[in-house]
Write a protein that binds this ligand. Sequence first.
Ligand code: SF4
Length: 319
Amino acid sequence: MSVLTEPRRGATTGELQDEIRRIARERNAVILAHNYQRPEAKTGADTIVFCGVHFMAETAAILSPQKTVLLPDLAAGCSLAATITAQQLRDWKAEHPGAVVVSYVNTSAEVKAETDYCCTSGNAVDVINAIPADREILFLPDMFLGAHVRRMTGRDNIHVWMGECHVHAGIDPDDLTRQRAEHPGAELLVHPECGCTTSVLEAISAGDLAEGDVRVLSTEGMMRRPAQSPANEFIVATEVGILYRLRRENPGKQFFAANDQASCVYMKVTTLPKVLRALERNQHRIVVAPDIADRARLAIERMVSIGGAPATVPADPGE
Ligand code: SF4
C-alpha cells in the first residue's frame, strides 16, 4: 500500500511521472489518455485512470464494470455531451414514436441508455446505413455530424439534435481555406474523433472546402501520416493537443494548427499532480448504475458489431 502524500511542491515533471509509474505498478493500474476505442476492455489492470473527459471515463466503466475507473478531475466535462440530457431525449423520443436513436459517443451514460446505436464519426454513416431505410432516425447530439450523415446517406428521415462543441467554432472552414492559401504545399490532416472537427467533415462532404490533399485520419493514422508523406508541411484540423506529439515525433516537418484557439478547456484540466492524487486517493471513482450501464453497453456493442458487417445488426433495435 502506498503512503498518501501530497505531490511535493516543486516536484519536476520527471519526478511526478516516476511517482505515478511507481504507484500505478503497485496498484496494477493503467493510465489511459483519451481514446474512443476499447483498449480499456482489453487491459489486465484492476484500475484505469482516465486522462480524458467524463463521458469517456463513463464509457470505460460501462465496458469494464469489474474495474475501478478514476477520473482525476471531475470538472473534465464536454460541452457537446452537455447539450442533451436523458430526459430531453425521452421527450424527443415521445414526439417520434418508433424512431431509432443513434448517438455519437460524446454523450452521458444516461443518454446512451436511451439510445439504440452509438456511433463514432468514423462509422456513423455505416451505422445509419444498417438501419432500414423506412425507419425514422433521431441523431444526436452533434448537428454537424448529423448534417454530414444525412448528406452521405441521402436519407431525409433523420432528425438531428442541434448540439455543438464549443471548440469547433475555432476551426472554421474559412480559416482552413486561408491557411491553405498561405501553405499551398501543405497536406490538410483532419481528425474527426471529437466534436471539434465535425464542422470540417461537414464542409468537406458539402463541397464547401476546396478539393486538395485532405486526409481524414484516426489518431494513429495522423501520427503515421507525416513519415509516409512527401509533404513537409501539414495543416492540422483538430483540438490543438495533438500537435505536441506530431511535432515531437516528426522533428523534420512543420505543423500548423488550423486555429491555435481550438483548445478544449475540459481536456486541459487533467494535470500530472491530479493523476498522482487520483492514484494515491483512489479518486474520483466513476460508477455507472448497473441498469443504466447494461442498456448503454448494448448500444455500444451494437455499434461495435457493425464494423463492416451491417447485416448483423437487428432490423429493429427494440427486438
Ligand atoms: Fe467535448 Fe468538444 Fe472537448 Fe471534444 S473538444 S471533449 S467534443 S468539448
